[in-house]
Design a protein around this ligand. Sequence first.
Ligand code: NDP
Ligand code: GDP
Length: 342
Amino acid sequence: MTKKALITGIRGQDGAYLAKHLLEKGYHVIGCDRRRVDLNNWRLEHLGIENEVEYVYMDLLDEGSIHRTIQRNQPDELYNLAAQSFVGISFDQPLLTTQVDAIGVLRILESLRIQKPDCRFYQASTSEMFGEVLETPQSETTRLNPRSPYGVAKVYGHFITKNYRESFDMYACSGILFNHESPLRGIEFVTKKITNTVAKIKHGLADNLTLGNIDAKRDWGYAHDYTYGMYLMLQQEKADDYVLATGNTHSVREFVENAFQYINEEIVWEGSGIEEKGISKSSGKTLVDISEKFYRPAEVELLLGDASKAAQNLGWKAETNLEQLTKIMMDYDLSLIEKSLQ
Ligand code: NDP
Ligand code: GDP
């Protein structure tokens, strides 16, 4: 029988890639939309699957909509990817972030417990829960120490998922995913902001790139690989939590250098702190500057994941390194701009 998967956050980066994987496996995919005036369809269109998904209205803030959606659709698997997912905004909208990213998870779990307790559940946990890290690399057993309202809300979502697994014998897993990027990444995230702006600079559509803390380090992987790991987590004999990561960490500064190198610009750094500038070695022009505006009230300085449990139990590993990821993202952003200029 065809399996039914419900995906919240279907129009986000991960929702689109996961839907594609599940459609390829023969699933009937139901995507949960919240009501929006401007339909955000570009990611599903990019993957050519916008007409293969069935859409239903469900908002994580609206318990009734969750209840009705689960009751009507009786899913075999539910992937909870919906979230206010941007750390920076969580400092400005902490209550909304908590309502969606923490209580929203509980609303879904409660509804599943009552109406479809045998539905397999995936919770999108995050390396941001490690925050100011207490050990390196970080694994499933590393103590959590979040540094933002987003991280704190996700810790709640993480533990309530574990609690429902242990209390009600539900198949409920958390994937602790380290940062994963792609051409479909939201523009507010640093990698996409960099590749998009560097592509504009190349074509004379922007003068420079303004960033915050460029010494923060992240373990960046490719969303296509990571969303396949989500699927694997729900196919095991026993539910469990897994870290997905590449096992390599790089600074924002290195990501900037690589992106500029892709358009044959070598960056030379001058100054320090918010006075620091990235100068083009060939033309002497300032291509990167720093603004306090993009600093956070509390920063996560270093993330580096240990995904050996996923390798051993799921047979999963990150297939794409940072150089390949930068190429994928730069090629996409350059081609979009080239098309728009034709
Ligand atoms: P995106 O921000 O791209 O997508 C999030 C989705 O959630 C959007 O489609 C958005 O809808 C939807 N959403 C927001 N609020 C609500 C709500 N109240 N009700 C229903 N839907 C809502 O995130 P990603 O795809 O990058 O990430 C997927 C999940 O994984 C998120 O939970 C994120 O926190 C988590 N995560 C992501 C990581 C990453 O590096 N990408 C790392 C670790 C965890 P709309 O389209 O209407 O705005
Ligand atoms: P996060 O790890 O989920 O917060 O992902 P982001 O891509 O938003 O940020 C990654 C890191 O880049 C964080 O340490 C940010 O402080 C840092 N950073 C530096 N400049 C910027 C910027 O202009 N925008 C964003 N989003 N992050 C920046």
